[in-house]
Design a protein around this ligand. Sequence first.
Ligand code: NAP
Length: 541
Amino acid sequence: MPDQPSDGHNGPIEDVDVVVVGAGMAGLYAVYKFRELGLSVQGFEAGAGVGGVWYHNRYPGARVDAESISYSYYFSPELYREWRWSEKLAAQPELLRYFDHVADRFDLRRSIRFSCRVTSAVWNPDAARHVVTASTGPSVRCRYLIMACGHLSAPRKPGFDGLDTFEGEWLQTARWPHSPVRFEGRRVGVIGTGSSGVQVIPPIAGEAEHLTVFQRTANFGIPAQNTPADPAIHKSISDRVHDAYEELLETPAALFAELPTGRACDFTPAEQLELLEKRWTLGAQNMNLVFTDQGTNPYSNEIVAEFVRMKIREIVRDPQVVSKLLPREYPISTRRLAVNNGYYETFNRENVTLVDLKAEPIVHFDATGIQTTHSHFDLDLVVFALGFEAFRGAIDATGIRNAAGEAPTDKWTRGPQSYLGIMTSKFPNLFFVTAAGSPSVLANLFVQSEYHVNLIAEIIQHAESVGATTIEPTAEAEAAWSTHVDDLARPMLRRHHPNYMVHINSDDGSRAFIPYPAGFNRYHHEVRQYIGNDFDGLVFK
Ligand code: NAP
């Protein structure tokens, strides 16, 4: 039963050891793991069910862009063995069934408060507790606060002039409704052609009376090349789940993938073409893996980019549309490849129009649609696929405050600050999963979530074993790690082109790379070095 607090908090309050914010892949495993360790756990989830981004991003065409055989939990060999993905790249409904299965199998729901958003989490230094307040139910006092809320989970809000006057309907891919959306007989507009946009566009085009795609920046779209799942691969991993997990930790993206064998200049043009065709046929993120130097050498990168442009030219019939679709503004793979099913083919349909927003920007919405600088588009439904308040959106929304009343991102003015991507100085007993400073979006988030939760558990167990009540990284360790992360990115093309992984200071244009860029395997070894060296950089008191 909730008791009355003695630490200045008004209202009923419950005490637990661990609070977990979010019930996606990281949050579910965190609830499981900390309960297994004998700690009391309270989870909070804003959605009505489990799955995190896969709960909310239920738009038609939503599908994972990494192979499901790797993009799964590995902590339970029994779970791995009993769950069979039907396709190489699972679609959102199947992913959601997986999350539901995991939640039921390990009886996780009883520890999670659903449809409940954490509104503040304030550290009380005297009690060495966070006081967590949420939109429903009593507040909770906890020793450890785990932010498992994702780094691409707070959708960017559409801020278009006149949107409030639009008399049609509008939706966001990242907050897709649960009831079916009808496109038939409707004039639909989609704004945004990133990973979400390129997935939602083909199914809408197949049903709508007319689809207008509003593209600001042409993206490198790669076909998913999806196939039914191969039972032999499932069997081979099922026989050695723990070993397979350890093998994944030794790979650059925590994925089973065939790595490139040489720089572009190590191959003849004919050999290059063969490698490019092979990667195109493998599809999805494989296009990142043609040459070892395509992420650092502009010439090598351009060979890959031009190959993809050639494929676009081969698919799209109208030369004027092709010229708008050809990605030329940034090197390939400096943004995430936009994996899709039939995206470019969609532009051969009679009922699809492509609008280049660089040539004719949106001026405003009005009652009947969108006015650009050149034309008016009458629309019944607009779908926004505008991306996310990456890395900080969900952290800021949680209302975390330390003893000085500061938020974790207050010190991000010149770029994110973290230690190992899991903690930040002056915020004791606060942990992040797959956040800034860790490989995050650059590696398989299932494996990485397990890895981070295990790492956090190891740190907490050490604290308990030495009788410490607070754990905090030093400011020096944090500064060194944050500089190290950015230094590793300096030779990489992706640091030099704006995207959500790069923090750019508006005053002088200086920048800081946000996720750890040098491979999950290298990250893992660095982390083990710090932890093995008596938890170097962390202060236990
Ligand atoms: P995104 O990659 O950030 O793309 C957002 C799109 O919206 C871009 O085309 C952007 O144009 C456009 N946009 C933003 N503001 C705009 C404005 N005011 N006017 C016009 N256009 C605007 O977001 P996302 O597509 O949601 O993908 C984000 C990440 O989520 C991906 O990188 C990936 O990590 C993840 N994701 C994964 C999958 C998958 O696994 N299959 C699917 C979806 C998302 P500019 O390029 O010009 O900014």
